[in-house]
Design a protein around this ligand. Structure first.
Ligand code: F6P
Length: 567
């Protein structure tokens, strides 16, 4: 591997910088007329089509990006990841989420040990346990079957599983398997989230899954204690053994909390929190809801993309192409954001999940060797399903700031509706927008076109669309569990590619620590002010004033009282 240096010093980087002015002389309107160019920007793999012809790029740009990939040692970095090397150097860990969905007979090693058998022993345990719960052979403390599950966790222990759950809810096969069951997610330490999630649930028929890699996260542990209280105050403390299970890498803390280690589902420190949805973090709650065989299809979809990412030449490699184009947009064209726009309500939680995967991974200020970066990394990810977004923030995307967009469309709806007398099906109506929006962004509308439509002069500037706004389209054949797995893995690997090119560590997250430790200080102050009447001290003027105000109005509750929220 090359000695520590920044990728921006490479000739290939400088070449791309110089190339920006070539692109600035072109308009997407013209680029889209070049059919050969467009043909070369269409890739298909395992039913998924990527069309990146509406990127502000031509074949030359792509060639330069592939050269940059070579300069950044992208191939070697991917290999090092798959070989289990400690590429997360600040935490001295391998990065092996690909092992979580590998077939049983695959060999993937971390620290000289094949981890695939460990993965499968947890998957087998989940299969067995979820079948017992779903069949009613595992019952609660009062002998009733457990039909509802509350998964308690935050960040990576929440967003991925929520995305997959939301995507599967309306898939006919998954929905059939989930009949009569509910899966809810409690993430925020806000007691309002507790109240919302417990509404309508009966502790007698509820299983709580506490999901935390570290088993120390303040929000999750307080929520777990709150739900433990909810169970034991109603069914007695002995009921906890039947109504609470855990997913963690820290089995000692699980036991200390009072959950039987036999009912704990392990994962490993080589699984990053935001990359953990394919571990027990997602597989356990989702198997309880949908059955293991549906979840296995999701894992297979992700695994198929893992193979594609590992073995396909970069020119045809969907995650690599997406990652390189993101680097082009962020670093060279200077577009700081990315909109994720799935034309499927089932994908409504996709953007929030990718927001964590991307922004926690790539929002860094130094290289992997600790050198301050003279360029920006990461992008601001946000998104909403179409067409809802169209009636919200698309105004800005069309006529305000330039935001590269990912349009994600599905060929076959999970829930088709065709009304008699309508010229198209409901899904066709949705997809008409999916096909139209990228062209509206690329082509825009000129003053000449408006004049020919006899638009009043004073309105012409307001009705003009500059166009030349980049987007890409991903078309999926359907939205089965398998396709959901594919989509997840495409984005996970794309984000890794970006980080590999920028030369950062995409797998640590030191940026979340400072706020956490300051909150510890505030927590101590609140406790001491309440219990010992201690004045607020050690904070700046602003925080002191705000805290004092908070304490004045919030007298607190006596320490021996438990108040569980109710709505
Ligand atoms: O927000 C920081 C973070 O460490 C995430 O990376 C992680 O997904 C989340 O907290 C939850 O952590 P845990 O699973 O250890 O409770």
């Amino acid at each position: 591997m090359a000695s520590p240096s920044l990728i921006c010093d490479a000739e290939q980087w400088k070449d791309l910088k110089a190339h920006v002015s070539d692109i600035q002389t072109t308009h997407l309107r013209d680029l889209m007329n070049d059919v050969e160019r467009c043909k070369s920007m269409m890739v298909e793999h395992d039913g998924i089509v990527l069309d990146y012809s509406r990127q502000r790029a031509h074949q030359d740009t792509m060639a330069k990006l592939f050269e940059l990939a070579e300069a950044a040692h992208l191939r070697e970095k991917i290999d090092r990841m798959y070989n289990g090397e400690h590429i997360n150097s600040t935490e001295n860990r391998s990065v092996l989420h690909v092992a979580l969905r590998a077939p049983r007979d695959k060999v993937i090693c971390s620290d000289g040990k094949n981890v695939v058998p460990d993965v499968w022993s947890v998957l087998d345990k989940i299969k067995e346990f979820s079948e017992r719960v779903r069949s009613g052979s595992w019952v609660g403390a009062t002998g009733k079957p457990l039909k509802d599950v509350v998964s308690v966790g935050i960040g990576g222990s929440f967003l991925g599983p929520l995305f997959v759950h939301t995507a599967l809810q309306t898939d006919p096969e998954a929905a059939k398997c989930a009949k009569g069951r509910q899966l809810r997610f409690l993430a925020n330490v806000d007691p309002i989230d507790v109240a919302r999630n417990l509404t309508g649930l009966d502790p007698e028929t509820t299983l709580v899954v506490v999901v935390s890699k570290t088993f120390t996260t303040a929000e999750t542990m307080l929520n777990a204690r709150t739900l433990r209280e909810w169970i034991s105050s109603s069914l007695g403390p002995q009921a906890v053994a039947k109504h609470m299970v855990a997913v963690s890498t820290n089995l000692a803390f699980v036991e200390e909390f009072g959950i039987d280690p036999a009912n704990a589902f392990a994962f490993w420190d080589w699984v990053g929190g935001r990359y953990s949805v394919c571990s027990a973090v997602g597989v356990l709650p989702l198997s309880l809801q949908y059955g293991f065989s549906v979840v296995q299809k999701f894992l297979s979809g992700a695994s198929s993309i893992d193979d594609h990412f590992y073995s396909t030449p970069f020119e045809e490699n969907i995650p690599v192409l997406l990652g390189l184009l993101s680097v082009w947009n962020v670093t060279f064209l200077g577009y700081p954001a990315r909109a994720i726009l799935p034309y499927s309500q089932a994908l409504e939680k996709f953007a929030p999940h990718i927001q964590q995967v991307s922004m926690e991974s790539n929002g860094k200020g130094v290289s992997i060797d600790g050198i301050p970066l003279p360029f920006e990394t990461g992008e601001i990810d946000f998104g909403e399903p179409g067409t809802n977004g169209q009636h919200s923030f698309y105004q800005l995307i069309h006529q305000g700031r330039v935001i590269p967009c990912d349009f994600i469309g599905i060929i076959k709806s999970q829930q088709p509706v065709y009304l008699k007398g309508e010229i198209v099906s409901n899904h066709d109506e949705l997809m008409s927008n999916f096909f139209a929006q990228p062209d509206a962004l690329a082509y825009g509308k000129t003053p000449e076109q408006l004049l020919s439509e006899k638009v009043h002069n004073h309105l012409i500037p307001h009705k003009t669309f500059s166009g030349n706004r980049p987007s890409l389209s991903l078309l999926l054949p359907s939205l089965t569990a398998y396709n959901v797995g594919q989509l997840l893995a495409i984005y996970e690997h794309r984000i890794a590619v970006e980080g590999f090119i920028w030369g950062i560590n995409s797998f640590d997250q030191w940026g979340v620590e400072l706020g956490k430790s300051l909150a510890n200080q505030v927590r101590k102050q609140l406790h001491q002010s309440r219990t010992k009447g201690k004045p607020v001290e050690g904070f700046n003027f602003s925080t002191t004033t705000l805290l004092t105000k908070f304490l004045e109005v919030n007298p607190g509750v006596p320490s021996d009282t438990t108040v569980l929220p109710e709505i």
